[in-house]
Ligand binder design. Structure first.
Ligand SMILES: Nc1nc2c(ncn2[C@@H]2O[C@H](COP(=O)(O)OP(=O)(O)O)[C@@H](O)[C@H]2O)c(=O)[nH]1
Ligand SMILES: [Mg+2]
Length: 644
């Protein structure tokens, strides 16, 4: 069933609550104090079902707001999720201060549609009614309530005049209001908390996106507490689930009533982010004073409010009627997402002065911006780059800008979800589209713009090249060292190496990477020296010379001699068995053969026999036998070895 949320707006005593009651039969003033004083203090709720001409029922949830200037805060808490506003103006009073303020709030929040309702029509004659109508038409002209596309209905809650026409108009508009996205990530701003006898803690709100089922697990912001949905009610009736656009009441488990309050947000578990800074497009009302750089204001978004400092991206003051990019720095973290609209009110005296749209609820810090800029060619200053790129209705452009701005750090898919609040399938399809168009690269869960991925490949290639230059005697660079050096996520480094390998620019083997065709480059004297070391040991068999003597005899300096030795050991041409004891691989291989032959005669051998067999002294025999034990050629049993 289609569900539409209708909010009232308008000055106190203009007949909002009476109108809701006349339409729905429900008195939305539920507090004892409200009844006693005859004024609305807090939000009131009512519901109504009407049939569309095709017979299909439409459900209207009403949020009745207080008109008193002292309770604009409460009005703001209710107006956030509405689809349609009834701007109520009493014909006997005409336009009054909160008519203006509520109307401005609706405009700033971009409430898409509405009906202007001239109430108390029974109190004036026809001429007066027509005068008021003309005055109000002028007032709303050019706005979303412009009389050319938005109805104006005169009613009397007392006599019932005009109510049928109003219902007709409600149905007409409801039919063309698009349904809200139910596949979007679930968010429910809490506007009321109470305890219900026999049920426990209940919270209510207008579900702005997604769906909530019985038994769902949700996350409460800002405490991040996990709660379980025990029961769901929609427009006052028990339901299996609530979907976006419905007035929703949830009976919660896992949380105390005292831990809940208006302004908190219940969200799907995959939304993790909390906002303390937001880049916004901010508009100041015509009638407001100019807003100076770093002014403090009251910030309202859905039912939440906090204090924020306004940092203008350009200029030192925002003038009345102007719109500019700014960053809001919040006193308390809120759960916000791009696309949310907000209101700002002056710090003191508290009056509505402007509002706008959140563009980025995860703006990069100065350090991150500098990092990203450092890797981009021809980029202007950070201030002019951000957040204008995100101020577009095109999700594809936003997606690309968000990947792009992360530079060679890329961003993960879950970061993208947290940054946008878009559901995973929507993000997946953008990933597919842009990887197919070669605008981005995906490596595991990390996304990176194609141009930055190119840069990573270039950087990796240069780093390996550089490594070779500085380590001429080492054949390859450890992958780990490359990762550290590039300060890019490992997934991106690995993907870059894979690409370079496919392009036959580098060769990787296990954890080692080197430029394709790269061998150890040696000068002639080094090559000769290396040769001499090898020969010295090759010709000695097992009766090896002392290592330090061999090294000292070379025509190169000590450091280079040491490097050459390292090279021979790494390539396993030589094998080191002790501090100053090195053997040639061939000599050790021969020893193995000799032992196998010895095994034909006897499987056992002691140190004496070993010395006899090999002709080495005890000083060499012991390390050699220990080496053979380690290599599992022999096994020590008491004073003897068994040849295996
Ligand atoms: N004569 C007349 N009085 C009305 C009408 N609607 C509301 N009122 C009266 O106006 C006063 C304020 O109405 P209320 O609905 O509380 O105004 P709200 O502050 O805008 O919610 C009450 O005393 C109502 O009885 C109407 O259509 N005709
Ligand atoms: Mg009222």
């Amino acid at each position: 069933m289609k569900s539409v949320i209708v909010g009232t707006a308008g000055h106190i005593d203009h007949g909002k609550t009476a109108l809701v009651k006349a339409l729905t039969g429900i008195d939305a003033d539920r507090l004892a104090e409200e009844k006693r004083r005859g004024i609305t203090i807090d939000l009131g709720f009512a519901h109504l079902e009407l049939a569309s001409p095709s017979g299909e029922p439409i459900r209207f949830g009403f949020v009745d707001v207080p008109g008193h200037e002292r309770f604009v805060r409460n009005m703001l808490a209710g107006v956030g999720g509405i689809d349609l506003v009834l701007l109520v103006i009493a014909t006997d009073e005409g336009i009054k201060p909160q008519t203006r303020e509520h109307f401005e709030i609706c405009r700033l929040l971009r409430i898409p549609r509405g009906i202007t309702v001239l109430t108390k029509s029974d109190t004036v004659d026809r001429e007066t009614l027509e005068v008021v109508r003309l005055e109000v038409e002028d007032f709303v002209r050019g706005s979303f309530l412009d009389p050319t596309h938005s109805p104006m209905v005169a009613v009397s809650a007392l006599s019932g005049t005009g109510l049928d026409l109003l219902k007709e108009k409600l149905v007409e508009i409801a039919r063309i209001i698009p349904s809200r996205q139910t596949d979007a990530i679930t968010r429910l701003p809490i506007d009321r908390v109470f305890v219900m006898k026999g049920h426990g803690t209940v919270v209510t709100g207008t579900l702005i996106s997604g769906a909530i089922h019985k038994e769902d697990e949700l996350q409460l912001f800002p405490s991040r507490r996990r709660v379980r949905v025990r029961n769901v009610q929609v427009h006052g009736h028990a339901a299996e689930r609530a979907i976006a656009g419905e007035r929703t009441a949830l009976n919660l488990a896992g949380v105390e009533t005292a831990e809940l309050g208006r302004g908190m947000m219940l969200v799907a578990p995959e939304l993790v982010g909390m906002t303390t800074r937001a880049d916004v497009s901010l508009s100041l009302l015509d009638g407001a004073h100019g807003l100076k750089q770093r002014s403090r204001v009251h910030l309202h978004c859905y039912a939440a409010e906090t204090i924020a400092e306004v940092v203008l991206y350009e200029g030192s003051e925002l003038k009345p009627g102007e719109t500019a990019f700014a960053q809001l720095r919040l006193a308390d973290p809120l759960q916000l997402l791009p696309g949310d609209r907000f209101i700002i009110r002056r710090f003191s005296p508290v009056i509505t002065i402007g509002g706008g749209e959140l563009l980025d609820t995860t703006p990069l810090g100065r350090h991150e911006i500098r990092m990203a800029l450092a890797t981009m060619a021809n980029q202007p200053s950070a201030a002019s780059r951000l957040p204008s790129q995100l101020a577009t209705p095109d999700p594809g452009a936003i997606f690309l800008a968000r990947v792009q701005r992360r530079g060679i750090n890329g961003l993960t898919i879950s970061q993208m979800i947290a940054e946008t609040g878009w559901p995973p399938p929507r993000i997946d399809s953008l990933v597919q589209q842009f990887t197919a168009q070669k605008k981005i690269t995906r490596a595991g869960a990390v996304l990176c713009s194609a141009e930055h991925f190119d840069l990573i490949q270039q950087q990796a290639f240069r780093a390996i090249e550089d490594f070779h230059r500085r380590n001429p005697l080492v054949a390859a660079m450890p992958r780990e060292q490359l990762r550290e050096q590039l300060s890019t996520p490992a997934e991106l480094v690995d993907a870059a190496l894979q690409n370079l390998q496919s392009a036959q620019k580098i060769t990787t083997s296990g954890e080692q990477v080197r430029l394709a065709g790269h061998g150890v480059v040696m000068k002639d004297d080094e090559a000769a020296a290396k040769d001499r070391i090898e020969k010295a040991f090759a010709s000695a068999g097992l009766k090896v010379p002392l290592l330090k003597e061999v090294l000292a005899s070379l025509p190169v300096d000590r450091a280079r001699a040491q490097k050459l030795l390292t090279l021979l050991l790494r390539d396993r041409v030589l094998v080191k068995l002790g501090d100053d004891l090195v053997f040639h691989r061939a000599a050790l291989d021969q020893l193995r053969v000799a032992l196998q032959q010895q095994k034909q005669r006897s499987a056992k051998i002691d140190v004496g026999k070993f010395k006899e067999l090999t002709g080495v002294s005890r000083k060499y025999a012991i390390p050699l036998l220990e080496y053979l034990d380690r290599e599992r050629v022999t096994r020590r049993v008491g004073d003897e070895r068994v040849i295996l």
